[in-house]
Design a protein. Structure first.
Length: 103
């Protein structure tokens, strides 16, 4: 089964599809390829990217400095690296993803 995250030695990477100017910020399950990240910030001057990083940090209960944008700075689909214990972060990703993807 495909999933929108991969374990790394120092955490995990996730794929998100950003939707700027959303009414309410949320990180939601979307497809097997990515999470949906809805943020209120507009897609100008990196504001949406900053909001996505903050949203992911909050969802994974890590400091903002532990989340880094590694691909997709100007694209809707972004890849982020989250530093921390890989097993703990994978458990959080599984819970977030499982909320919308029953097996």
């Amino acid at each position: 089964m495909s999933r929108p995250w991969q374990l790394t030695p120092d955490g995990l990477t996730i794929a998100v599809r950003a939707t700027p100017r959303a009414a309410k910020a949320a990180l939601l399950p979307a497809t097997d390829a990515y999470f949906a990240a809805r943020v209120a910030a507009p897609p100008v001057e990196g504001a949406a990217n900053t909001a996505v990083v903050a949203l992911v940090a909050e969802a994974f209960a890590v400091p903002r400095r532990a989340v880094r944008l590694i691909a997709g700075e100007t694209a809707r689909i972004k890849r982020l690296a989250i530093a921390g214990d890989p097993k703990t972060l994978a458990g959080i990703a599984e819970r977030l993803y499982g909320a919308g993807h029953e097996r």
